[in-house]
Each structure stands twice: as C-alpha cells, then as structure tokens.
Design a protein around this ligand. Structure first.
Ligand code: F3S
Length: 61
C-alpha cells in the first residue's frame, strides 16, 4: 500500500483537496496540508496525490 512521505509545504497552495479526499491522512493547518498518518484504509494515497494541483504530495510504495 502506498504511503504519504511528505507534503512539500513550499508547493502546497492550501486548496484543501487532499483533506477533502482523505481526512484520515491529511489535515489543513496554517493554510497548508499536514500528514496525520502515512496510509489510508479507504483510499490509494497515490491517487489523492495525483489530484493535488501542484503535485505537493510525495508518496512512496
Ligand atoms: Fe496542498 Fe495539494 Fe493538499 S495544494 S492542500 S497538498 S491537495
């Protein structure tokens, strides 16, 4: 299962899509996304990362 390695906060524009898609993993804080846990039980985090408009979410297998 893919894991979220990090959110590059220098790229994140705070659109909030990742938190909307997977609140189990992502949490908005100070206008950027933070990681709560690395994996999600109901989503492939790679697909969530692909939806980020600025590719700020780094994942690993
Ligand atoms: Fe930031 Fe991308 Fe999420 S811009 S809030 S990491 S979808």
């Amino acid at each position: 299962m893919a894991k979220v390695k990090k959110v590059d906060v220098t790229l994140c524009v705070g659109c909030g899509l990742c938190e909307q898609s997977c609140p189990e993993v992502f949490k908005m804080e100070d206008g950027v996304a933070k990681i709560k846990v690395a994996t999600c039980s109901s989503h492939n985090v790679k697909e969530v990362a692909e939806q980020c408009p600025v590719q700020a979410i780094v994942t690993e297998d």
